[in-house]
Design a protein around this ligand. Sequence first.
Ligand SMILES: [Zn+2]
Length: 122
Amino acid sequence: MICNNCRTEFTGKFCPTCGTAAQVGPAPVQVAPRMAPPVYTNVVTAPPVSSTSIMGWIGWMFLIGCLPVLGLVIMALAANDESAKNFAKANLLLMLIVLIISLIAVGAMLLLGIGLGAASSN
Ligand SMILES: [Zn+2]
């Protein structure tokens, strides 16, 4: 008896190799061809991401050193590297947060000063 599944020759009710039950009647003439595993030839590959080189970073740092805000804006717009863009955006965002906090602080101090001035003059 030859196993229909794995072609192992065996005696008994089950194939010792794959466990397929032995065929009682005559074996089918044609065994259905096994489905070949799908071959993914069209593998989606991400486009090569250009990373900023050391010289590139030095260039950006020089630009930011000369033009602190404008340099970051240029970097955020013109950088061909996503992480360099994010670096510039993060810096701009941080600057904006610091600016807002300092404006609030200055505003609070001015209001407090006016309040104290009004209180002392009264
Ligand atoms: Zn078998």
